[in-house]
Design a protein around this ligand. Sequence first.
Ligand code: CO8
Length: 263
Amino acid sequence: SDTKQYSNILTSTPEAGVGLITLNRPKALNALSSPLFAELNEALADFDADDSIGAIVLTGSDRAFAAGADIKEMKDKKFSDVYKNRFLENWTTMTHLRKPLIAAVSGYALGGGCELALMCDIILASPTAVFGQPEINLGIIPGGGGSQRLARAIGKSRTMEMVLTGRNVTAQEADKWGMVSKIVGEGEGVVVKEAVDLAKNIASKGQIAVQAGKEVVNAAYELTLAEGLRFERRLFHALFATKDQKEGMAAFVEKRKANFSNL
Ligand code: CO8
């Protein structure tokens, strides 16, 4: 996966089982241009298809996770352009990945950058992280799911305040509101290291169970409670057909570490 050369992102495998994607447009604070998103989708699809990868980390720089969609690219577009060309429709492709995706956010996560983090499965924040939906200041509204995913994550009142005023929120507020799973320690690179450790931990589990776990949690955001509970139980039942279930439970009884085969 690290053989491909991209112009707007970097890819690597910092630990066995972990794919790392770093947004790399430093001069534009990682503004999400169409070429960047095409590369991001390609790299995510490659890691998702790679059997040796168990979890993926997405990060930016110390200064910016991503400062939003590329305003210079958008500014002269007309309704007919964005509608007919399905502008930014491919942004949500990443929500269909099988493997867990962890956002390691440092610095600005604004507009589309905040929405990008919200499309990930877990968000770790550096103490310097800043989240916001400043679209209102540009005469538009969030278009990458911000209004919907934020409302589900932090509730109506806070989402309304963020979307209608464009006010940025600190990592500390985002943490208090349950938008991120935690704030890591201070220092450059700390958030990426912690995200890679978390990804490595997830990659060490049975991968069928990991992917099923992601699928059922995500179902909680799409289905009614009754449908979600039924879906969870069916997948829970299905896992009794895997070797990993036999191995995991045998290892517990035999007081040894499980050796999962992902079968
Ligand atoms: N697009 C393009 N260029 C950007 C962007 C951006 N979003 N953000 C920063 N840049 C560029 C700046 O233009 C500047 O370039 P240059 O040196 O050529 O002038 C460079 O990055 C550095 O930026 P600043 O000089 O402004 O740096 P500061 O430290 O002074 O400020 C800020 C940093 C506060 C982050 C500031 O850059 C800023 O406010 N950026 C814009 C934030 C914003 O409004 N984001 C929302 C964009 S709209 C959006 O995301 C809609 C999403 C729709 C998603 C739909 C999905 C389906």
